[in-house]
Design a binder for this molecule. Sequence first.
Ligand code: GH3
Ligand code: MG
Ligand code: MG
Length: 340
Amino acid sequence: MLVEPTDSARQSTPREHKYRILIVDDHPDNVEVIRVRLEAKGYRTSCASDGEEALRLVAESPPDLILLDVMMPRMDGNEVARRIKSDVSLPFIPIIMQTALDSTQSKVQGLGAGADGYITKPIDFVELEARVEAMLRIKMLEKKLTELSITDELTGVFNRRRLDALLGEMFEHSTRLHEPLAVAMFDVDHFKQVNDTHGHPAGDRVLSQVAQLLKGAVRDIDRLGRYGGEEFMVLLPGTVLDAAVTFAERARQEVETHQFKFDGGVLSRTLSVGVAGWPHPRIHTHEQLVKAADQALYLAKSLGRNRVVRFDSAEFNVNVKDVDDQHENGTSSGGAARAD
Ligand code: GH3
Ligand code: MG
Ligand code: MG
């Protein structure tokens, strides 16, 4: 699942977030009484009356927490917990087991199956609310950590680690379904001058604004990240090379005409862009796709910057001779020398 970074994991009480809790119990009366109680406390709820229905609801739309009855016909709560916790495609979903009173064995089994906590029946609602809140605090922290691990701190867009993972997922999806996928690599021209002339904080401001401009230019399904220092990457699923070049050109123009404001003045900056797309007879892996975009970017630099170069265009092929060799050697990062 592809999730944009959000600020939803701020430190605040769970109820403010309208967290959704899945209540699973084979007795409709039990479900109802818990549902009413939790909704009165501001939570959203969904309900399932058996294990299979619970698994189906979780797969459709993962809840933020599951309140899971152990004793159910066909598939019991322990099995449901085991399946949910072993499904790597799911986010962390805290599970609170509802176990029979005073049964240590039942609690141990539930925790062993992957439950994160338990509450004994008959349910004490004050305790239930406290346990739900405690679990959701952990859930919020986990979400925050996940966000931090995939977000570039300066610009708020995805970081390199997340871009690499997304690219792998998207490339696999594209080749499996034979849907096009394009990659655009953006590099700010003469960015070092900004630091040298106006200082590092001004450089930081420019990078943040470039990220914002690119964010405004991409579609919802595209993924934008900071690949390195002053280099950004956009992944464009379902997009053929032509359309990706059009997008890159539009983004380039937006940056070119933008007035970058920083403490102490304004400045202009341009972008060089390399674009590559799959399917292409010379591209068989996602590494080759990135390499192709990178080579096009380096050519854009050497041709004078502030331009978009398309992999395998006539211009590209005249200037970059040894593309395929380099894919095999995996040595230099570009076929065209940078004209610095
Ligand atoms: P070119 O047109 O060839 O891309 O030239 P350039 O100056 O943009 O490229 P170069 O690679 O020579 O310099 C990139 C600079 O970006 C050097 C580095 O200090 C700076 N930089 C990298 N990350 C950051 C950052 O987070 N903040 C700031 N302010 N500067 C950064
Ligand atoms: Mg640069
Ligand atoms: Mg660079």
